[in-house]
Write a protein that binds this ligand. Structure first.
Ligand SMILES: Cc1ncc(C[n+]2csc(CCOP(=O)(O)OP(=O)(O)O)c2C)c(N)n1
Length: 345
């Protein structure tokens, strides 16, 4: 497993102090976002939220290492990646309040919609890699998924075709050890998830997902290879510190922790400690950054609150060129019911 923190340190990587500082800023910003989003959900501000606490180093490290034209296939869990790639906080919050994704379009990165059906994005990511080969494009494709996704047929089909067609796809599996209430050891009898790549004809490697330097360094160097048409799989080892979503109560199926080692470390505290000790950041910078992020969050929440809810019919837009009959009926039914309820108010 690749790790550099508290071991060989920054010097062992192709990153410099500027990168380390940026990684820290993205992580601290993502953490504050996650905390605020949870609080907002508890106030009834949005119906549900999937927290990513414990996974910041892994997600920020991977996103930070991507080039501007690399494609990302995210899931509901990977909001720290979206934030790092320039998706505005208010965009993510708006989505959770029922607006279309990327409502305000602040990003330039090609990012697919978040996959909620598990693993469905994996064949898509392979397909975009095949398309890149057809048109001789030189971008890479990063496909994010969780440990649970490796039990789906789509995972095997996607990796199989990636191997056969040598697609420029990096399969980035974030093993947070839980798929809702199913622990990693009930997911597969394989020693590692990374080794599954070998069966499809390419390499896989494990990385300490609580070490942002290791993740960013590994993703950057593997993406250089991947873009030349060599698929690769990374298993990033993290731990889901919180609930699966705000609709979940993890105390029903797990003790405070089922692992008792480095995976339980708080990646933000760990990295902050390292950077302070190395003199790469100082306490004043930590506090200043926290103030900046809090102001950004307050502004994002204000923007979202100032927007009228989207018309309910919107959810049927942008699905098909022309809406199939069953969906057209559903849309008409929704709109008629709303009209009726408004006229009886
Ligand atoms: C095809 C499909 N089956 C079942 C579900 C219900 N479901 C939602 S999240 C989840 C667990 C996914 O775990 P993992 O892939 O490890 O990702 P994580 O939530 O830990 O990020 C399941 C089974 C779903 N969304 N899609």
């Amino acid at each position: 497993m690749y790790r550099v923190l508290e071991d060989r340190g920054l010097e062992a990587t192709g990153l410099d102090e500027g990168d380390a500082r940026e990684l820290y800023r993205h992580m601290a910003r993502a953490r504050r976002f996650d905390e605020r989003a949870l609080n907002l959900q508890r106030r009834g501000w949005m119906s549900g939220y999937p927290p990513f606490k414990g996974q910041e180093a892994s997600q920020v490290g991977a996103a930070y290492a991507m080039a501007e034209d690399d494609w990302l296939f995210p899931t509901y869990r990977s909001n720290a990646m979206l934030l790092t790639l320039g998706v505005a906080m208010e965009d993510i919050l708006l989505f959770r309040r029922g607006f279309g994704e990327f409502h305000r379009e602040t990003r330039t990165q090609p990012i697919f919609p978040q996959a909620v059906p598990i693993a469905t994005q994996i064949p898509h990511a392979t397909g975009v890699g095949m398309a890149a080969n057809y048109v001789d494009a030189d971008h890479g494709v990063v496909c994010y998924f969780g440990d649970g996704a490796t039990s789906e047929g789509d995972f095997h089909e996607g990796l199989n075709f990636a191997g056969v067609f040598q697609t420029p796809t990096l399969f980035f599996c974030e093993n947070n050890h839980w798929a809702i209430s199913v622990p990693r050891e009930r997911q597969t009898a394989s020693d590692t998830l990374a080794q599954k790549a070998i069966a499809y004809g390419f390499e896989g490697e494990q990385v300490d997902g609580t070490d942002p330097l290791a993740v960013a360094d590994l993703v950057r160097t593997t993406l250089d290879e991947v873009r030349t048409g060599t698929p690769f799989m990374i298993e990033s080892l993290t731990y889901r510190h919180g609930a699966h979503t705000t609709a979940d109560d993890p105390s029903r199926y797990r003790e405070a922790s089922n692992v008792d080692d480095w995976r339980m470390l708080d990646p933000l505290e760990r990295f902050e400690g390292y950077l302070l000790e190395e003199g790469i950041i100082d306490e004043a910078e930590v506090t200043d950054w926290e103030d900046t992020v809090n102001a950004e969050l307050t502004e994002a929440v204000n923007v979202v609150e100032s927007m009228e809810p989207p018309p309910p019919g919107d959810m049927f837009d942008d699905l098909f060129e022309s809406l199939p009959t069953p969906l057209r009926r559903q849309r008409d039914d929704v709109l008629t019911r709303i009209e009726r309820s408004q006229s009886t108010e």
